[in-house]
Design a protein around this ligand. Structure first.
Ligand code: C2E
Ligand code: MG
Ligand code: MG
Length: 669
């Protein structure tokens, strides 16, 4: 770069950095009005001292014209400083100012030089002062526009020095030299300042860019965390809100209802017959059913009703209700159950599931969200037991039952089971001869706090709270001991809970107890329920197989009350089927029960299974069952459950009778 190019660069407004141009414009626009103020006051002051000596046009007309130009320009720049401008505009304005510097500087110098011949020594000194102070002030004000500051310096200092030098006056020459040197120092300071300004601006820009990048990153992180939160609250299969979302929404909705003294309902929905779909058609079909049901439930979502999947085949709804809306709530619940019952197409097959629903309404019940949910769940449990495919609202009756359940839970948890549990033995008899074939061992719990508690009540609670394995172990070893002493070797029928079959370790413990007892395994019959089989078919089948290999018998208890498919029954290595009491009850007067029992018997004979009729209470029932060819019967008609001693006594008595009969027979021979 040659000297000319370097000079040109110095006196040109740079246009390669829009941000710098804008920063320059911003700083500059604030200083230009001050620059014109300096020029104006200096000029008026000089014109004032020359009023008497210089011609009219020089001390009046010229300052007036300059004054008007300076004031107009100053007002223009004050306005500019308040505007929001872009880089291109800023550049144009800076270039215009740069250009204006030349005429203003030349004219100002010319004007002040024109005054020199008219003044005395003081006045000439004032001219020198005018030029010096003006140039210093202007350089300061133009600091942010390097080109303009340099131009002013050259355009004023050089002629000024020439004029002062030519005057021959040593004071003025000294002033010019002094001024020249000070100007050089000022230029050096200005250039450094300009360089610092540029650098600072660049640093500011880098900082801004870093800040912007950081903000972008933060925004991306926020979006990612929002998405994670959304996914964490979404059920991955059905894409509706999940269990976690339900409980957080429940807590908030409950607090809201409490604060506004409003009402809030929770609906818990559970599918009936979902497991068989999974087992028969496979898990992907089961998934499709869940997605379809979630879709159907979602159609009920309104402003006040939100749907969630709690897991498995369980869904929940949060429903805002108004006072007196109970009927509408029940109707909504029923419509939901009805919508689930509609057939579902899986490929070319039609699948049918139904849904039961339990509802609890705050403030009728519920101390907090969890509590309200538990009550809805309890109502669901009732709906499933008594009122499938329909809706049940938690009511006073259930509140009482729930209170009792909690009480039993508490007492059972602290109970000394070893001491408080006992067994009763109910005979299973030959339908024709009435002879005892075996005994079903039935658990009895006499609590010092609650008195006698039915196994139908405490066994499910023990199952829920993981105490059933201990109960099974305890009672099985006792029953085996008792059975060992029975004369005539009748079999022992022992009820197993689904939990006993669900874990192989439990089954192995049962096997060890049988082996340890010294009783022939063929004399032991385990009763399992359909629920145990349906919960995890493969595991249940494996457990049953282990017990069968040992040589034990297996009965399917309460047959006909559960939801197992015959297909499953067929696949299990069963020995007996116990026909539930509900089909035996007044079978003589109920053609439907008669037909069912008849077909179950056909099934049993086809599958090579023995049949036992449970809950036989009346002679008429015995007669019908006999006529149908039922092998074995159990019920109050024959005997209520007996204590261990009475069971033994019954066997002794039967042995005595048989012995007497054979003696009588021998005597008649
Ligand atoms: P389950 O195995 O079906 O037992 C038969 C139930 O029917 C017994 O009730 C018995 O007393 C009753 N029963 C027998 N004959 C008649 C009759 O003619 N009429 C009427 N109305 N009832 C009759 P219990 O002893 O209250 O047992 C109820 C249920 O508790 C049992 O039903 C069984 O599922 C369960 N359970 C009892 N003991 C045990 C046990 O040791 N372990 C397990 N896991 N469950 C048990
Ligand atoms: Mg039983
Ligand atoms: Mg039974």
């Amino acid at each position: 770069m040659n000297l000319f190019q370097a000079f040109r660069r110095l006196v040109t407004v740079p246009n390669d950095n829009p941000e710098l141009t804008l920063a320059q414009f911003k700083a500059f626009s604030k200083q230009v009005p001050l620059l014109y103020f300096i020029l104006l006051t200096n000029m008026l002051s000089l014109a004032g001292t020359h009023q008497q000596s210089a011609p009219f046009w020089l001390v009046k007309v010229v300052p007036l014209v300059f004054g008007v130009v300076f004031v107009v320009r100053a007002i223009g720049w004050i306005r500019e400083s308040r505007k929001t401008v872009d880089a291109a505009y800023a550049y144009r304005r800076l270039v215009a100012t740069n250009r204006l510097v030349l005429p203003i500087s030349v004219l100002s110098v010319a004007w002040s030089a024109a005054l020199v011949p008219y003044g005395n020594d003081y006045q000439r000194a004032h001219v020198a002062f005018f030029m010096s102070i003006t140039v210093i002030g202007v350089i300061f004000c133009l600091m942010h526009l390097r080109s303009a500051a340099l131009m002013v310096t050259f355009l004023v200092i050089l002629p000024f020095s020439a004029i002062m030098g030519l005057s021959g006056e040593p004071t003025l020459i000294a002033t010019a030299v002094n001024m020249f040197l000070v100007s050089l120092a000022m230029i050096a300071i200005m250039l450094r300042h300009y360089a610092d300004f540029t650098k600072l601006n660049e640093q500011r820009l880098t900082l801004l860019a870093q800040q912007a990048a950081l903000q972008d990153k933060n925004r991306a992180m926020q979006a990612l965390s929002d998405e994670n939160l959304r996914l964490a609250n979404l059920d991955s299969l059905t894409r509706i809100a999940n269990r976690r979302s339900f409980f957080s929404n429940l807590a908030a909705a409950f607090e809201d209802a409490r604060a506004r003294e409003g009402r809030l309902a929770i609906g818990v929905v559970d599918l009936d017959g979902f497991k068989p779909v999974n087992d028969l058609y496979g898990h992907s079909a089961g998934d499709k059913v869940l997605v379809e049901v979630a879709g159907r439930l979602s159609t009920f979502e309104t402003h006040g009703c939100r749907v969630f999947r709690l897991g498995g085949d369980e869904f929940a709804l949060l429903i805002e209700v108004n006072e007196g809306d109970e009927k509408a709530l029940l109707e909504l619940g029923q419509r939901i159950c009805d919508s689930i019952s509609l057939p579902i197409m899986i490929g070319n097959s039609v699948v049918n599931v139904t849904g039961s629903m339990g509802i609890a309404v705050y403030p009728d019940v519920g101390l907090n969200g969890r509590d309200l949910y538990e009550r809805a769940d309890y109502a669901l449990y009732h709906a499933k037991r008594e009122n499938r495919a329909s809706v049940t609202v938690f009511n006073a009756h259930q509140a009482k039952a729930l209170f009792r359940q909690r009480q039993v839970e508490e007492v059972l948890f602290a109970a000394d089971l070893e001491r408080e549990l006992s067994l009763a033995y109910q005979p299973i008899v030959d339908g024709r001869s009435g002879r005892t074939l075996g005994f079903e061992a039935l658990a009895r719990w006499t609590s010092p706090v609650l008195g006698p508690v039915s196994p139908a009540e405490f066994i499910p609670i023990a199952e829920q709270h993981g105490r059933i394995n201990l109960i099974t172990r305890l009672l099985l070893s006792r029953a085996l001991r008792e059975a060992k002493s029975w004369p005539g070797e009748p079999y022992l029928s022992f009820n197993l809970s689904p939990h006993d079959l669900a874990v192989e370790e439990n089954v192995l413990r049962i096997i060890a107890a049988v082996n340890h007892s010294g009783i022939a395994p063929r004399r032991i019959n385990f009763e399992i329920t359909e629920t145990a089989v349906m919960r995890d078919f493969d595991q249940a089948a494996h457990s049953i197989e282990l017990l069968r290999v040992l040589g034990c018998q297996i009965s399917l208890d309460d047959f006909g009350t559960g939801y197992s498919s015959l297909n499953h029954v067929h696949k299990l290595p069963l020995s007996k089927i116990k026909i539930d009491r509900c089909f035996v009850d007044r079978i003589d007067a109920r053609p439907a029960s008669y037909k069912i029992v008849k077909s179950v018997l056909t099934l049993c004979s086809e599958m090579g299974l023995a049949a036992i009729a449970e809950g036989v209470e009346r002679l008429e029932e015995v007669e019908v069952l006999r006529a149908l060819g039922v092998d074995a019967m159990q019920g109050y008609y024959f005997s209520k459950p007996l204590t261990g001693e009475l069971a033994s006594a019954r066997l002794e008595a039967e042995r005595g009778t048989i012995a007497r009969m054979s003696t009588d027979f021998a005597a008649t021979e």
